[in-house]
Design a protein around this ligand. Structure first.
Ligand code: BGC
Length: 262
């Protein structure tokens, strides 16, 4: 029988207190990994995720990471990882933001830059620290959470789409650099998944109907569906997969407007 086995692996998930990060924490723990999560504000939510992790009989760690776009804070995080986990096999760069909706010409420059700093610089800072450790042990997996919007333009969110497209190329380039070191780097591109980031849309019946219409499978995804995909990609079952973006999107990238006509 084939099963996803991550026993003995040590994983770090940024932004693990909610949404896709929390679902990923659950999936990796269920597959047997010890899981550390970072959170920014919600220590209670992080504690709840830690309880879920522990319910699978593995170790949970919680670290506060205030600002992922500050290199010094990321360096301090990895010192804590060294001290408490004593190793790192899996990094899931999950923390991110889509920022305020604003057309390019009207956008606030500081807000635009902040989205890129969180969504692109943050994963870069974390990945370089992870590779420092993984290359010594000659194995490791880095998952970068991109979006269908690394492919699909999205009016009002140019910072987000630019950061995600950048993260995609960063993942591919890093994958090329570290392939001989036993390290795999994969990006995932979730579509519309029921998480806090888009709750204002899927909790509104009109918004939900509009979203469903953009998805060939006709429904918004569940966070666990992303968590399961990540658990597989982190496992040895995916040992020959690297340097690519895997969509987890119910077909959102399939140009659903072309189901008819053309
Ligand atoms: C965004 C969601 C959005 C989805 C599909 C994701 O990257 O974070 O807010 O619903 O893409 O457009």
């Amino acid at each position: 029988m084939i099963s996803i086995e991550l026993q003995g692996r040590k994983a770090l998930i940024t932004g693990g207190d909610s949404g896709l990060g929390a679902a990923t924490a659950k999936s990796l723990a269920e597959a047997g990994a010890d899981v550390a999560i970072t959170y920014r504000f919600k220590s209670d939510a992080a504690e709840k995720v830690a309880e879920v992790i522990r319910s699978y009989g593995v170790n949970a760690y919680i670290f506060r990471l205030d600002n992922i776009s500050k290199k010094e804070e990321v360096d301090a995080l990895f010192q804590q990882v060294d001290q408490q986990l004593g190793g790192l096999d899996i990094l899931v760069n999950n923390a991110g933001t889509d920022g305020p909706r604003a057309m390019c010409a009207d956008s606030d420059i500081a807000a635009w830059c902040q989205v890129v700093e969180i969504d692109l610089f943050g994963p870069y800072y974390c990945a370089r620290k992870a590779v420092e450790r993984m290359r010594k042990q000659e194995h490791g997996v880095i998952i970068n959470t991109s979006s269908v919007h690394e492919f699909i333009p999205w009016a009002g969110y140019s910072a987000y789409t630019s950061a995600k497209a950048g993260l995609s190329m960063f993942s591919k380039t890093l994958a090329q650099e570290v392939a001989t070191l036993g390290i795999r780097v994969i990006a995932i591109a979730p579509g519309a998944i029921k998480t806090p980031i888009n709750a204002n849309v899927w909790q509104d019946p009109k918004g939900l109907a509009d979203l469903d219409d953009k998805i060939p499978m006709g429904r918004v995804g569940e966070p666990d569906e992303v968590g399961h995909a990540i658990a597989f990609l982190c496992s040895d079952l995916a040992s020959y997969i690297t340097g690519i973006t895997i969509p987890v999107d119910g077909g959102m990238l399939l140009y659903p407007d072309f189901r008819q006509g053309g």
